[in-house]
Design a protein around this ligand. Structure first.
Ligand code: BGC
Length: 722
């Protein structure tokens, strides 16, 4: 819409109407058969006071509420409908940490494009995604929603998601700006104390990349950042986001975060909270009830609201809502059922799985050589857990579990025996998403805890191969799902040990959103495949990997610690004093991880060689081209993620021993060598300097490492001169 229409609206709107546009209300539809309770939001709609609603996803319901919004507004202004479309709406993709483990922006973009297409079809205009918070503490449950520990991988994944969502015509809202992932002790919502050095070099780059990819919205974070609630930080939302990065979309708060400014002991009361969030650069408040923004007209001049209201109306205009506010419900149903979306979900799950261990090439399995497969563990046949958290509109029945996938792949040729072995473990404190209980799993009918364990072990003993799924139930990870241990919940480790003790070759599939304590498994279970929560088509994708239709090529997006006591542990640490003396770190524990960042195996025979740099020396603004030859000696095509790490030997700051700077997923044909090239220029060498408080480039000697993980050994150097 031409700015003129927005100008005219702004001239004729009252302060209360403007504050209404700056308010987003929760709207939970009543479960089928139950009456809808009258809510504050309905009253707000009647008086044209709800600029946006969240949590509605039924197209008929969206049309109904949209009509109320338009009819209630003196100016016929439509509402924005928003939702947490995190990894799919109807078709569920692997969880975000899994998508990041693909190290593959192409499939990530494709995945979020189908999520966006389904969302737009039902009338959702905006998703609260991607979550681009760096997470270096796996106690924090929301590690599952992001891309892990690394700013370069995080930035690539963030940008791909924004492109994907927005290509489908919905607004992407990267969150939670900024530093939310560094909560003290990994406790969700706890305060964050991060240096500017870490913020600029580690926590900000994914947000910046999302802004550069054109994200239309940014969400604030709940916690205090260095003493000031993020939601009221003018530094974050005005100086960094708008003035430095040129963000021109609108900012929404996290749920009730304006009201929380009072809870934090920061704002005096709601009017003060609303005025201070506005002054920081916030445009819209997300509120479950009684919004603080209702007090804006009494707290500030009407004209002070215009900048925010204009941003919100511009967003509605760009979406075409003034001309076409309603959706076609029949078309929505067709799009939700699109089989092409399931294919993308299957491909995404194939590319996300990480083969952590494969002793003696146990995988891939050859069905022709197997009489019986034992499939074990309650997670192996749990549809709801296969989907992971942040799933609301999925058709759970449609979900393909690991057991389903294996059965479908082998058909009648191989017997598949299933035993759960151990009971379902419930989270001690119900998750905020358990709601009516439909998210909570129950033991299968007839489950007998006294005999089931032994039955499972007997099933394993009688089989040619045991495939056991262990991990966390989906509501044990995610928002408000922090943990103080990384153990496998319940008796899962006992079951794994008993199964391995039968002598039957065992494959452990890990269903998780955070690293778990796999010390025993990493030494005793020959094959370990991390399948995460793989989504709607998860079981089929897992079968594709187990039986070798495709080779795994996922790579860890975080450092996998041995024990919780090592946290935080990252690949990009500095060298520091006496680095070779291990005992100066922990005298009771290795200072290496269980699996390094970037680790992941495949079915090919990959080797790296002939690493070269086209010039031995370049000026500060110069770029070298790095070339490495990657050979696949196997008889099968193999995807591989080529990773490049950089180390600056000296300069104005002690820089990390290794930092990921570039990567590429390539598919290498059988018996072939491919050259892979990366330009390494100022963008890869620049960092934010803590004393000059600016981005700098240092002359120095740089070490390059290229290979299949952050422990790559193939190395060379180049010089950068002043
Ligand atoms: C979460 C956000 C989410 C919002 C709306 C909050 O509790 O922190 O990530 O988008 O709820 O569901």
């Amino acid at each position: 819409m031409a700015d003129k229409r927005v100008d005219e609206l702004l001239e004729s709107m009252t302060a209360a109407e403007k504050a209404g546009q700056m308010t987003q209300y929760f709207y939970f539809s009543a479960p089928p058969g139950k009456d809808q309770q009258p809510k504050a939001v309905e009253k707000a709609l009647e008086r044209g006071g709800a600029g946006s609603l969240l949590y509605v996803y039924d197209p008929a319901e969206i049309n109904r509420l949209q009509r109320q919004a338009i009819e209630g507004s003196a100016h016929g202004i439509p509402a924005l409908f928003a939702y947490d479309v995190i990894h799919g709406l109807r078709t569920i993709l692997p969880v975000p940490i899994a998508m990041a483990a693909s190290w593959d922006p192409e499939i990530i973009e494709r995945g979020q494009a189908i999520a966006g297409r389904e969302a737009r079809a039902v009338g959702i205009h905006w998703t609260f995604a991607p979550m681009v918070d760096i997470a270096r503490d796996p106690r924090w449950g929301r590690i599952i929603e992001g891309a892990g520990e690394d700013p370069v991988l995080g930035a690539a994944v963030a940008a791909a998601q924004v492109r994907g969502f927005q290509s489908a015509g919905i607004i992407a809202g990267p969150k939670h700006f900024g530093g939310y992932g560094a909560a003290l002790g990994g406790r969700d919502y706890d305060e964050v104390n991060l240096s500017d050095y870490e913020l600029w070099n580690v926590y900000f780059p994914p947000f910046r990349a999302a802004v550069e990819a054109g994200a239309g919205n940014i969400m604030t974070a709940y916690m205090d950042l260095n003493g000031v609630p993020a939601t009221a930080s003018r530094w974050l939302f005005t100086e960094v986001l708008r003035d430095t990065w040129g963000f021109d979309g609108f900012v929404v708060t996290d749920a009730n975060a304006v009201r929380s400014l009072v809870v934090h002991g920061f704002a005096r009361d709601f009017p003060d909270a609303a005025a201070r969030a506005l002054a920081a650069g916030v445009d819209m408040e997300m509120a479950s009830e009684d919004p603080a923004n209702d007090h804006l007209p009494e707290a500030v001049d009407s004209a002070a609201l215009d900048v925010s209201v204009r941003r919100i109306l511009d967003a509605k205009a760009r979406l075409g809502l003034f001309d076409e506010p309603y959706v076609d419900e029949a078309r929505a149903r067709r799009i939700l059922d699109d089989p092409a979306h399931r294919e993308v979900a299957r491909e995404a799950a194939r590319r996300s799985a990480v083969l952590l261990r494969n002793e003696g090439d146990l995988l891939p399995l050859d069905p022709a050589a197997l009489g019986t497969i034992a499939v074990l563990g309650p997670l192996a046949d749990s549809k709801r857990d296969t989907l992971g958290p942040w799933v609301f509109d999925a058709d759970v029945d449609e979900t393909v579990t690991v057991l389903d996938g294996i059965r479908r792949a082998v058909g009648d040729r191989v017997r598949v025996e299933y035993a759960t072995g151990v009971p379902v473990v419930q989270r001690l404190v119900p998750s905020m998403f358990d709601g009516d209980g439909s998210n909570v799993q129950a033991d299968p009918p007839g489950f007998d805890p006294d005999t089931e364990f032994d039955r499972a072990v007997a099933v394993a003993a009688a089989a040619d191969i045991a495939v056991i799924v262990v991990g966390e139930w989906q509501n044990m990870v995610g928002e408000t799902a922090s943990r103080s241990s990384l153990d496998l919940p319940g008796r899962q480790l006992d079951l794994l040990q008993a199964v391995v003790a039968t002598g039957t070759p065992t494959v452990a599939l890990i269903m998780n959103g955070r690293p778990l304590d796999l010390r025993w498994a990493a030494e005793n279970v020959p094959a370990i495949l991390d399948i995460w929560y793989p989504g709607t088509q998860g079981g089929d994708a897992v079968a594709d990997l187990l039986f070798g239709a495709v080779s795994p090529a996922g790579r860890l997006p975080f450092t996998w610690p041995r024990t919780i006591g090592q946290i935080p542990m990252i690949h990009s640490h500095t060298r520091s004093h006496d680095p070779d003396n291990q005992s100066r770190r922990y005298w009771n524990e290795e200072s290496t991880p269980l699996f390094p960042f970037g680790h992941g195996l495949g079915y090919g025979r990959i080797s790296y060689h002939d690493l070269t740099v086209d010039q031995p020396s370049v000026a500060l603004d110069g770029t070298v081209t790095v070339t490495v030859q990657v050979t696949n000696d196997a008889d099968r095509e193999t995807p591989e993620v080529v990773q490049l790490y950089l180390h600056q030997r000296h300069g104005g700051a002690s820089r990390p021993m290794r930092e990921l700077k570039a990567f590429r997923r390539v598919v290498i044909p059988p018996k072939t060598t491919l050259p892979v090239r990366f330009p390494i220029g100022p963008a890869e060498r620049r960092y934010w300097h803590p004393i000059s408080r600016a981005q700098v480039l240092d002359p120095s000697t740089f070490d390059l490492y290229v290979g299949g993980s952050s422990t790559a050994t193939l190395t060379t150097t180049f010089e950068v001169t002043a």
